[in-house]
Each structure stands twice: as C-alpha cells, then as structure tokens.
Design a protein around this ligand. Structure first.
Ligand code: NAP
Length: 293
C-alpha cells in the first residue's frame, strides 16, 4: 500500500507556489491577495478559515479576513461581496460555508465575480469545467486531481465510483474523472443516499472517492484488492485525548481498507491539505489573470 501523503505533496507544491508568488511580487509590486468572509463562529469554519489565512502567509500571499456576526442580513453580506468584486487589489474571494439559514448560499455564490471565484463554485466556472474550458476548478476536486497527478497515477480506463453528489465535491469530481484528460478518462458511477447496493458498485471499482460525511462508511468488505481510495470525509468527534478537544475521522475505515488498497489518502493529512493547495493555485491564477482578463 502506498500512502497518498497530503502533507508531503502539499508542502512540495506550496514551495513552487511561493516561488511563483515571489516572482509576481517582483513584477507587480504587490502580493496575490485572497479575501475570505466568515459569518458566525462555527468551530469547523473557524479552523478552515484560519488555516487558509495561515497558508496564504506561508506562500507569500496577502489575505484579508472579513468577519460578520450570524445576525448579518443577506443584503449586507451581498453588498460586502459587491464591494470586494470592485477592488482591484483583491484577486480572489471566498465565503466560508455553511451560512446561517436566513442567507441563501446560491445567491451568495452567484454574487461573487466569477473572475474572483477561487473556490470554483460559481455557475460560470462549473459550466466551463463541464465543457473542459479554462476555469477555476472547485478547490477540493482540484486538490484530488493534483494528488493523483503527483503520484503519476494513470486513471485512464478505470472504473471510478464517487460516493456523495454535493455541488462542492461529489458532483464536480465525478465530471472531472470522466473527462477526456489525465487524471480522468474513467467510467464514473455517482452514488448517493438513494443508490441501491453500493457495495456491488464499490467492489467493481478501481478507484473510490468517498465524500459522504459518515465516519468509517467505506469498510474493507466493500473494496477490492489493489484499489485506489480517496477519502474526502472530515468527521469531527469530541475527544479528551487530543489538545484541540476533538479528533478527525474520514469516511473510510482506514485501518482495515488500507490493508487491501494500492493507494489510500489518510484523514487527517490527505485531501484536506490538498484543498488548500487548490485554493492557493486558483488565487495565483486569478492574480496573474491566467483564466479571465
Ligand atoms: P454533503 O453536501 O454533506 O453531501 C453528502 C453526500 O453524501 C450527499 O450527496 C448524500 O446523498 C450522500 N450520502 C449520505 N449518506 C449516504 C449513504 N448512506 N450512502 C450513500 N451516499 C450517502 O457533502 P460534502 O459537502 O461533499 O461533504 C462530504 C464530506 O466531505 C464531509 O465530511 C465534509 O466535511 C467533507 N469535506 C471535506 C473537504 C476537504 O477538503 N477534505 C472539503 C469539503 C467537504 P444525497 O444527495 O442523496 O443526500
């Protein structure tokens, strides 16, 4: 079994991003700049945003964190997004999800200028992705592709089962794995909560991408020997054993499945770290105006 090591890969790719950020600074007399909006103080969201800001600093980007109380109105939030859309010194904008129930996340996503949509959630970017045109890829699927590329895994002709059909992970990665590219060229099955007999599908899969949000969902009896396992799940459980007060688990029973897999990502230390790399790469592309002028 080969561990698809998100720590190793992300550190390596971030070095190259930092080199490119230094060149950008020299040529433009400013750093690539990411703005992040955080509404409320959900523990998970705080951790993700803090990590994004820290990683921006690490690679030589500027970052701006804009915080709102949970009581912020939809109009106020949309106005802030419109202000950032107009700012020429900000290259990328993300709004951390989930948002409070009174705010429509689709409206928020569609209000972000697609040229600054470095999370890759805007319909323009998703539509261009589907047509295999240059775009900002959604950060987590992008991170998965970068991981497969780094380990030179040729996925052509493989049966790929994606479990979970969210707009941010499952659905886009299923499109990307099916497109005529490498990584890609897979025969993809997209499974979800209404899928009958998932085990029958996963037992026939060469590559399984689990994005469900259920600890240890994928068990060893569901995978064939020599398969490639990508675990996107991040499930938090309170734990007195760790300093942070919680422990993270994936959607895959790592201990047992790793005995059968050819390649597998751990949680933590896998896809989560690659998501940040996807975001940083998109931000650099936005600053350089590589996709949209
Ligand atoms: P989500 O919006 O919560 O959707 C979960 C998906 O799983 C849905 O499509 C659902 O099916 C499906 N599902 C639920 N129970 C199932 C079952 N028993 N059998 C088959 N499918 C089932 O998902 P998400 O936002 O993509 O998040 C998934 C996980 O990935 C979460 O743990 C999240 O924290 C994690 N995540 C990690 C990263 C990272 O960077 N590593 C990034 C994003 C998310 P239906 O559509 O039928 O309801």
């Amino acid at each position: 079994m080969i561990l698809l090591d998100g720590k190793l890969v992300s550190e390596d790719l971030k070095k190259s991003i930092a080199d490119q950020a230094a060149i950008f600074l020299k040529e433009n007399e400013r750093k690539p700049h990411l703005a992040a909006i955080l509404v409320g103080n959900d523990g998970g969201s705080e951790t993700y945003v803090a990590s994004k800001v820290k990683n921006c600093e690490k690679v030589g980007f500027e970052s701006t964190l804009i915080r709102f109380d949970t009581s912020v109105s939809e109009i106020e939030l949309l106005n802030e997004i419109r202000i950032i859309n107009e700012r020429t010194d900000i290259d990328g904008l993300i709004v951390q999800l989930p948002l409070p129930a009174h705010i429509n996340p689709d409206l928020v996503t569609e209000t972000i200028d697609y040229r600054k949509d470095v999370d890759g959630f805007h319909p323009v970017n998703l539509g261009r992705m589907q047509r295999n045109l240059p775009c900002f890829l959604p950060a987590t699927p992008f991170g998965i592709l970068l991981m497969l590329e780094y380990y030179k895994i040729n996925t052509s002709g493989m049966n790929c089962v994606v479990i979970g059909r969210s707009n941010i992970v499952g659905s886009p990665i299923s499109i990307l794995m099916a497109r005529n590219a490498n990584p890609g060229n897979c025969t993809v099955t997209l499974a979800h909560s209404k899928t009958k007999n998932i085990k029958e599908l996963t037992l026939n899969a060469d590559i399984i991408i689990a994005a469900i949000g259920k600890k240890n969902f994928l068990s060893a009896d569901m995978v064939k020997n020599g398969s490639i396992i990508i675990d996107v799940g991040i499930n938090r459980e309170e734990s007195s054993e760790s300093r942070s007060g919680y422990k993270l688990f994936g959607d895959v029973d790592f201990e047992q499945v790793s005995k059968k897999a050819a390649f597998i990502t751990p949680v933590p230390g896998g896809v989560g770290l690659m998501t940040i790399v996807g975001l940083l790469k998109n931000t650099l592309s936005a600053a350089r105006k590589e996709i949209y002028s």
